[in-house]
Design a binder for this molecule. Structure first.
Ligand code: SF4
Length: 690
């Protein structure tokens, strides 16, 4: 059975829509939903939530899904919320998943996973590794080196897990040998310091992964697809060399692997791989190197490129280059389960784009919280928020920022009669501001696609309109999502003409000259990036490649249509100040370090632990914790001191007895948190129609 998708306008994706094979398995198109840990794998619900999550993606056209990592044994779990494939209860749950995907016309592979030294054990067990080499985030926990006998047992565990996967109805397995997990650790001379049969030179470092492959193949037999996720580049000094990676890929092909999916980077690498600072398609060249190597010798082994591709038109361009056979995307399937169906129907503008923020996915998965998506808060919660309509209601949503759009999108999708009011002349709210920051241009895509979907669903969108409470009396309910406004500061001189709030600064631009930024949270850091980051995507990609020494990282971005933000540059000294606490507080863990190091490299001065004394015509006078007084130069001073609620309607609406839900910044402006805002928008859309 093939996924039920429309392909009436597939002419702009001719290569992606061409059938292909992984071993004996025929697939109708070349888009793979890549592996993501969802955090639902251990939920004791009989597999209902996980099955619903994958079912919706298969219904949306994902012809081949790779599960998140399923541990081959208990010590191989990435953390406490990882499932062990050979557990009976897990297998039962997974059977429900495979049934759901098959029922929706899709295929699904189990990813066979062992975290090795990347296991976050919380002291519940000791992580294992080729050698006792710890990593930074393990907080002093040193992994135990596997004894030779345990190496054989671990390989056998991969075989057992593969057998369990086959019994649970999976259509194939992917062995995880990339991204710094156990097999990758054995391959790398940085983490494999062994001197026995499993360490030393390249062939011996490859011995354990080869043993794993043999165990898996023996367990599932010849006709069952077995693929391997290989590392195209560890991005680690002293890690696996390109020659070693090439030898490993060739060895797997010689052993009969059915396909190779190419990953990149380790968790502890200082090169960002999937964050929004990474150019689109940065790692395509890495996969192409492996594909070019295999093509003359093993043309039957397809190679799959992945990472930092969010749009299927880009995926088509990747195939057009003529090297790899398919493209895997992961987070874009969180953002839009119907990514394939919409794109194949030529409805690219309706696709809810992944904006690369990591806030509800990677950041949560690293802290063992269930994964969702900032732009699609239903992700991972499909059972709790089914798409159904009991009784059509007439709902007003006031505010077209992230929370309002999430509410309106959900209401309209379920068939309610929606009127969206927005005071500005455009939708987007804080997303529109964010989209002015270089690297965050995609924030505008999610706003535009929401607007398109709303219009397609028949919603009325009234921009430039601020309704009074009496205008809302005829609705069955109102979602108040009027957002936030910049908070003013009580500092002497804050009313001087060269002092701007962040909204004005980002909207109208900042005159050339020195800039002092008061407030070093997420918005302060963004405002500094607005001033110093390269606005042209192509030049930014070149800068990324040069900075990290990654040959080819800008190649694909250079071939894309130009996107350059128009904005004035200060061309001068920028200082970000924070009274106390961490600079960049509020930015997610996966993005903060990249954002701060970019600013540092761009020469931005960052100061904290200080008091603001006064703002003068020349800048901001501050007192350091040690008593030193300094004048921070600022021909322009930008206030990024947080927000306050903008909630002009609630009192009167309540007085009139109109049913309402209050969401996002209008409810609580204490922290910039778009994940909370969109989640509340969704919850309000449900509550107001009950
Ligand atoms: Fe993409 Fe952000 Fe959603 Fe993650 S949370 S899938 S990065 S939009």
């Amino acid at each position: 059975m093939t996924p039920r998708i429309e392909t009436r306008a597939m002419s702009d994706l001719p290569r992606l829509t061409t059938p292909w094979r992984i071993g004996a398995l025929e697939l109708p198109h070349r888009v793979v939903m890549g592996s993501m840990h969802i955090g639902l794998e251990t939920l004791d619900d009989g597999g209902e939530a996980l099955a619903a999550f994958y079912r919706e993606r298969a219904e949306g056209g994902a012809a081949l899904i790779i599960t998140g990592g399923l541990a081959v044994n208990a010590e191989g779990r990435g953390g406490v919320d990882y499932a062990v494939l050979t557990d009976d209860a897990v297998r039962t749950r997974l059977h429900r998943v495979t049934d759901a995907v098959h029922d929706a016309g899709g295929r699904i592979f189990a990813q066979l996973f062992h975290a090795g030294r990347y296991a976050v054990t919380g002291g519940a067990w000791q992580a294992v590794a080729p050698s006792p080499v710890p990593w930074r985030a393990a907080r002093g926990e040193v992994p135990r080196a596997l004894a030779e006998v345990e190496i054989a047992q671990t390989a056998a565990a991969f075989g057992d897990a593969a057998e369990a996967a086959k019994a649970a109805g999976f259509d194939g397995v992917e062995i995880m040998a990339s991204e710094g997990y156990l097999l990758n650790q054995f391959l790398s001379p940085r983490t494999n310091l062994r001197t026995d049969a499993y360490g030393g030179d390249g062939p011996r470092r490859r011995a354990f992964p080869a043993l794993v492959y043999a165990a898996v193949r023996a367990a599932v037999g010849d006709g069952f697809p077995v693929t391997v996720r290989v590392s195209g580049d560890d991005l680690m000094p002293g890690g696996t060399s390109p020659e070693d990676s090439a030898e490993f890929a060739l060895a797997l092909a010689a052993l009969g692997v059915d396909a190779l999916s190419v990953g990149v980077g380790w968790h502890e690498s200082t090169v960002p791989t999937v964050q929004l600072a990474v150019p689109k398609g940065a790692w395509v060249a890495t996969a192409e190197r492996i594909a070019d190597l295999l093509a003359p010798l093993y043309p039957e082994v397809p190679v799959i490129a992945s990472n930092r591709i969010t749009d299927l038109r880009d995926a088509e361009s990747v195939l057009e280059r003529g090297h790899v056979d398919a493209v895997a995307l992961a987070r874009p399937f969180l953002a839009d389960p119907a990514l394939v169906a919409r794109s194949f129907a030529g409805e690219h503008s309706l696709v809810n784009s992944c904006i690369g923020c990591d806030q509800a996915c990677l950041d949560r998965s690293l802290t063992f919280q269930p994964v969702s998506c900032l732009v699609n808060p239903r992700a991972g919660r499909e059972v709790r928020f089914p798409v159904s309509l009991e009784r059509r209601r007439r709902i007003a949503v006031v505010g077209g920022g992230p929370a309002g759009l999430a509410a309106a999108d959900d209401l309209a999708k379920r068939g309610h009669d929606v009127t969206l009011f927005e005071a500005r002349d455009h939708l987007g709210g804080q997303f529109s501001l964010a989209a002015r920051i270089p690297g965050k241009e995609d924030y505008l895509l999610t706003v535009r696609s929401a607007e398109k979907r709303l219009r397609a669903a028949g919603a009325a969108i009234l921009t430039g309109t601020s309704p009074a409470a009496e205008d809302l009396a005829g609705f069955d309910g109102v979602v108040l999502a009027t957002g936030v406004r910049p908070r003013a500061v009580a500092i002497e001189g804050a009313d001087l003409p060269h002092v701007l709030d962040y909204e004005t600064a980002l909207t109208r631009g900042i005159p050339a000259g020195t800039v002092a930024i008061i407030g070093g949270g997420g918005i302060g850091v963004d405002t500094a990036a607005f001033l110093v980051e390269e606005a042209d995507e192509k030049r930014r990609a070149d800068a990324f490649a040069a900075r990290y020494g990654v040959e080819g990282a800008a190649e694909f971005a250079r071939s894309r249509p130009t996107r350059a933000l128009a904005r004035p540059r200060s061309g001068s000294l920028v200082t970000v100040m924070r009274r106390s606490g961490k600079l960049g507080d509020g930015i997610g863990i996966t993005l903060r370090w990249v954002a701060l190091s970019n600013l540092r490299d761009a020469g931005v001065t960052m100061l904290s632990d200080l008091d603001y004394r006064r703002i003068t015509a020349a800048g901001v006078e501050i007192a350091h914790a040690d008593g030193r007084i300094e004048l921070v130069p600022g021909e322009t001073v930008v206030i990024c001191a947080g927000q306050e609620r903008n909630n002009p309607l609630e009192t009167e609406i309540a007085a009139r007895g109109i049913r309402y839900e209050l969401v996002g910044g209008a409810r609580d402006a204490s922290k910039v948190d778009a994940v909370r805002a969109t989640g509340e928008g969704l919850a309000a859309a449900r509550a107001i129609t009950r």
